[in-house]
Design a protein around this ligand. Structure first.
Ligand SMILES: Cc1cc2nc3c(=O)[nH]c(=O)nc-3n(C[C@H](O)[C@H](O)[C@H](O)COP(=O)(O)O)c2cc1C
Length: 223
């Protein structure tokens, strides 16, 4: 009898920090819970903040789609190949975790470029695509240095999370679970010293949620 194909866990990180990243630590919790269920599973990792795409990749990919192939420069072909490879990675994954640290009240430009490149692949297009990501389980991890929780003065200033949630859950149709951690800078910012115990509670709760969602991810698509 043929062996079962190993399950694939795709992990896409967007922190620009090499270490001490809260979103990386939370993604580790998701991954550990998933690996406990799939010890022979395959982990595919992309750290977008540490290995960014060429700055003009998306421009070439988006323009290539609107030009006759005979007019393409080598850069157009390379960008289309890159986008196809990225789309294949998400399509082939059984479970996906994406981290989205808040930078200047929005998502990182590298994460945006990753999504923009995915959207150039016809299979993932909302206009005539084949919806290959529908119902695929995904965890989105959002980390924010400040406090954007309900009732806080900065409530509504996170302009990135609503966008990324809409793309993955509504455009791609993925089964998205969210983990949010606010006040991540309280530990290192003296001006936030009074908020440290709240920050710790938030972090502990986020890790519990990450572990729970990691277990849910390991069960695979519901439908
Ligand atoms: C350039 C830069 C801009 C940032 N902008 C914001 C911001 O607008 N709002 C906020 O709450 N935190 C902001 N932060 C803090 C990060 O959101 C916070 O450190 C978060 O934990 C980063 O994720 P990580 O720990 O996974 O690296 C910023 C950090 C950097 C380096």
């Amino acid at each position: 009898m043929a062996k079962d194909t190993p399950k694939i866990f795709l992990r896409v990180g967007a922190s620009i920090q090499v270490d001490k990243s809260t979103s990386k630590a939370l993604a580790d919790s998701v991954q550990a819970a998933w690996q406990a269920e799939h010890p022979n599973g395959k982990i595919v990792t992309r750290e977008l903040g540490l290995q960014p795409f060429p700055s003009r990749a998306w421009i070439y990919a988006a323009c290539a789609e609107r030009m006759p192939v005979e007019e393409w420069k080598p850069e157009h072909g390379a960008a289309i190949e890159l986008a196809k490879g990225l789309a294949d990675e998400v399509i082939n994954a059984d479970s996906v975790v994406v981290t989205s640290p808040l930078y200047n009240w929005s998502i990182s430009e590298h994460l945006k470029t990753w999504v923009d490149l995915l959207l150039t692949d016809m299979r993932l297009s909302p206009y005539g695509g084949t919806a290959p990501l529908k119902d695929k389980p995904m965890v989105l991890i959002v980390t924010r240095g400040g406090d954007y929780r309900k009732g806080s003065p900065r409530e509504g200033w996170d302009h990135g999370t609503p966008w990324i949630k809409r793309v993955f859950s509504e455009v791609f149709g993925m089964d998205l679970q969210l983990v949010e951690a606010d006040l991540t800078l309280a530990e290192i910012n003296p001006a936030m010293a009074k908020l440290r115990s709240t920050a710790q509670e938030i972090r502990e709760l986020a890790h519990k949620q990450a572990t729970a969602h990691g277990k849910t991810l390991s069960a695979g698509a519901k439908k």
